[in-house]
Design a protein around this ligand. Sequence first.
Ligand SMILES: NC(=O)C1=CN([C@@H]2O[C@H](COP(=O)(O)OP(=O)(O)OC[C@H]3O[C@@H](n4cnc5c(N)ncnc54)[C@H](OP(=O)(O)O)[C@@H]3O)[C@@H](O)[C@H]2O)C=CC1
Ligand SMILES: N[C@@H](CC(=O)OP(=O)(O)O)C(=O)O
Length: 380
Amino acid sequence: MRTFPFKSSTNTAEAIFFGRIILKAGILGATGTVGQRFISLLSQHPYFTIQVIGASSRSAGKKYSEATRWKMTTPIPDEVKDMIVQECKDEFFKECDVIFSGLDADVAGYIESAFLKADLAVFSNAKNHRRDHTVPLVVPTVNPSHLDLIPYQRSLHSLHKGFIVTNSNCSTTGLVVALKPLQDAFGPFESIIVQTMQAISGAGYPGVASLDIHDNVIPFINGEEEKMEYETLKILGDINETATGFNNISFTKISATCNRVPVVDGHTECVSIKFKKQPSPSIEQIINTLDSYVSESQKLGCYSSPKKAIIFNMDQDRPQPRLDRDNGNGYSVTIGRVRKCNVLDIKFTLLVHNTILGAAGSGILNAEIAYAKGLIKVKT
Ligand SMILES: NC(=O)C1=CN([C@@H]2O[C@H](COP(=O)(O)OP(=O)(O)OC[C@H]3O[C@@H](n4cnc5c(N)ncnc54)[C@H](OP(=O)(O)O)[C@@H]3O)[C@@H](O)[C@H]2O)C=CC1
Ligand SMILES: N[C@@H](CC(=O)OP(=O)(O)O)C(=O)O
């Protein structure tokens, strides 16, 4: 296992001076909501340097500051604002050790496939490759063991260092962080019912029209419920002993209902679950299990890993998006209101930052874990 030698926030030059490993990162879809989050997180990251940024032909050839409509609350990082945006063609990214993709799903499928073919290591946010059984679908604080599929994926495409790893749908991300410790402790679920209240930033920029979302709730997000119902099972499943596929994408019944609400960042989810094994655990056992969960990314000491993957809040009116979305720098899921469910076994409410752990942050933490596991081959 490899570890990054230092854990501080010195700049790139100092890092090279100290002999630290620096991974050259390319960002696809750099001008969008997720792309901006990648830029903001990577520019403060001691082990990555932003090498190339790409977007559509509408943006290519322009300075980043002219091509993007920057919506982060911090300014555009100095090292990026004058960078020229490239077209998303693999030839412009061949010096990169890792590629982070925040591409629109209409184009992510074929662009990411071309990057894979060019032997590049791609961490994608888009939905396109998530259902491929040779592609790890990884939430970094839940199932990093699925990265072990990478050698098999490489062998199928005769690659030396390339692969595609996807992170999951943002609502699914929050849900599986809560479910994973419960499944590990108390066995599989009989059924799961989840209702989401999803932030506007989840729809990208400009996203939902202000006249639709202001003073309103929209009870439909295209394709979201199907994604939650499928991705949860893949993520909670096990890969087989030869790391060539999955053992048990389980038969848990899941029902998701997804709503868009007038919140800027942070998806809230109300979850009810029933365990297969009865009698079900007590509320106290559930709370202790959630509160004491330690993810593999924490054990590996990854730079972006939150100190706690789950932050349990006992207050009766939490979690709330405005108050809790930045917990663990946006990498923790906050859970509260654990109580008995009169229909299933238990119910609770969770909150996940949709563009950090739910998107760019997962890609970055997945890359840190893949590097620690020796799965990223760095150009020397
Ligand atoms: N927002 C969120 O919370 C989450 C989003 N995702 C996924 O991440 C991806 C990006 O989402 P988001 O940032 O919200 O979307 P945006 O619409 O904000 O950004 C889309 C990006 O894709 C680029 N793009 C569009 N068309 C092309 C093209 N033909 N060639 C190259 N680049 C192109 C855009 O470039 P340009 O500016 O030049 O048009 C822009 O950089 C999507 O697949 C989304 O489903 C996943 C989890 C959460
Ligand atoms: N659909 C999510 C964001 C998203 O783009 O998800 P996905 O990566 O699964 O397409 C939302 O609206 O909040």
